[in-house]
Design a protein around this ligand. Structure first.
Ligand SMILES: [Fe+2]
Ligand SMILES: [Fe+2]
Length: 231
C-alpha cells in the first residue's frame, strides 16, 4: 500500500478541500470538536504501546511519543495543555468546556476500540495513520486558528501565564509540531516498523488499521463541518 498516496487523497488533510473550509463554518466551533483528538492522543499512545509489545521497537517508540505528548520535552507541560492555554488566550475559548458531538465521541470510541481490540499489526497501522497524517492535519488546524482569530472575541487576559510553555503562541505551537515533533513521530515509527518482521496477514491487518483511521477521519471531518456550519 502506498501510504503517501492514500494520505494525498484525503480531502480533510488540506485547507483547500477540508469540508470546514469549503462549507463556510464557524472555525472556533470546529476547533472545539477537533480538540477531542489532542485530548485523547497520549492515553491512546500509552495503550498502543502496551498492546504492541510483540513488536518491541514499535512499542518503545510509542512510549517515547507518549512521554513527549505528556511533556518530556516541554518542561513537563503536556502538549494539549499548551494548546488549551493558547486557544483560551488568543481565541477566548476554553476547550475544556466544549461539549463533543455524538459523531466526535463515536470517532474517539472507534479509535479506542481499534487500539483496545485490534491485533498488534492493526494497532500499529492505526497509530501510523494518526502520526503520518498529523503534519498535514496540524497545518489545516493552523489555518483554522488564523481564520478563527479574525472573528474571535478579545483575548482573555486573565488566562495570561508566566510559564514559558503555557504562554507559547499558538503559531509557534503548531510550527513546533509541523516542523519538529510530528516529523519525528512519523519517521521514528516508520523506522521502528521496518525493524519488525511482518507476514502477509500482518501487512494486511496493518493496512486495514491505516485505512480505517483515514475513513473514520473523513466522516468525522464531514460531521464537524455539518455541526459548525454558519446559518
Ligand atoms: Fe504533540
Ligand atoms: Fe505525533
Amino acid at each position: 500500500m502506498n501510504y503517501d498516496h492514500a494520505l494525498s487523497e484525503c480531502a480533510f488533510l488540506s485547507a483547500d478541500s477540508n469540508p470546514v473550509f469549503t462549507q463556510s463554518c464557524d472555525f472556533l466551533l470546529a476547533l472545539g470538536q477537533y480538540s477531542a483528538l489532542p485530548f485523547e492522543i497520549a492515553a491512546m499512545l500509552e495503550r498502543a504501546s502496551q498492546r504492541t509489545t510483540c513488536w518491541p521497537a514499535v512499542s518503545e517508540e510509542l512510549a517515547l511519543n507518549c512521554s513527549e505528548e505528556r511533556g518530556s520535552e516541554t518542561g513537563g507541560i503536556p502538549h494539549v495543555e499548551i494548546l488549551v492555554a493558547g486557544v483560551a488566550r488568543e481565541l477566548g475559548l476554553d476547550l475544556r468546556t466544549v461539549e463533543h458531538s455524538r459523531e466526535t465521541s463515536a470517532f474517539i470510541d472507534a479509535l479506542r476500540q481499534q487500539v483496545e481490540e485490534g491485533s498488534t499489526a492493526r494497532v500499529a497501522g492505526t497509530i501510523f495513520a494518526l502520526e503520518a497524517s498529523a503534519i498535514a492535519e496540524l497545518k489545516v488546524i493552523g489555518r483554522m486558528i488564523e481564520e478563527a482569530r479574525k472573528t474571535a472575541t478579545a483575548a482573555n487576559n486573565s488566562t495570561e501565564e508566566n510559564n514559558r510553555w503555557l504562554s507559547m503562541p499558538l503559531r509557534q505551537f503548531i510550527r513546533m509540531h509541523t516542523d519538529g515533533f510530528e516529523v519525528e513521530h512519523r519517521s521514528r515509527l516508520w523506522t521502528a516498523l521496518q525493524s519488525c518482521e511482518q507476514n502477509e496477514e500482518e501487512q494486511r491487518e496493518f493496512d486495514d488499521g491505516f485505512r480505517f483511521v483515514l475513513q473514520a477521519m473523513d466522516s468525522w471531518w464531514k460531521s464537524i463541518a455539518g455541526s459548525s456550519r454558519l446559518h
